[in-house]
Design a protein around this ligand. Structure first.
Ligand code: DHK
Length: 147
């Protein structure tokens, strides 16, 4: 079964209680459980990781090469700041779907730019937790996984 890494970045461990008017009331555990279940429906073996540390995320992206067929990535605020994460993605040449719960383009100007977008397959933003499901669908189709 094709394996997919669902990688969540800083502050996403607080989902459910963190600014629920922006990020919703779904917890990270809910999101991860949904990803594993929906992945199974699509023939994907989903492995989830969350970290508040840029270096840990970079290590996880490096380790994904040869282990996972693709990555669903919500890099949180590192989306807007981290050239290092962008370089890690470019280095491993794995398909990455960038996800944001909120519509970053409708928020503060500093959230409009993504360092990840140019090296990602595409970006899904503004659909809450459903964005992760959509990202898995995209990767399943991209990788030709029978569902
Ligand atoms: C999550 C964050 O933590 C923010 O820093 C981003 C993103 C948006 C989200 O919508 O999932 O700006």
């Amino acid at each position: 079964m094709t394996s997919i890494l669902v990688l969540n970045g800083p502050n996403l461990n607080l989902l459910g209680t963190r600014q629920p008017e922006v990020y919703g009331r779904t917890t990270l555990k809910d999101v991860e459980d949904m990803c594993v279940a929906r992945g199974k429906d699509m023939g994907l073996d989903v492995v989830c990781l969350q970290s508040n540390h840029e270096g840990v995320m970079i290590d996880a992206i490096h380790a994904a090469k040869g282990t996972h067929g693709g990555i669903v990535l919500n890099a949180g605020a590192y989306t807007h700041t981290s050239v290092a994460l962008r370089d890690a993605i470019a280095s491993v040449e794995l398909p990455v779907v960038e996800v944001h719960l909120s519509n970053i383009h409708a928020r503060e100007p500093f959230r409009h730019h993504s360092h990840i977008a140019p090296v990602a397959l595409g970006q899904i933003a503004g659909f809450g937790a459903q964005g992760y499901d959509l990202a898995l669908q995209v990767l399943a189709e991209h990788l030709g996984t029978p569902s």
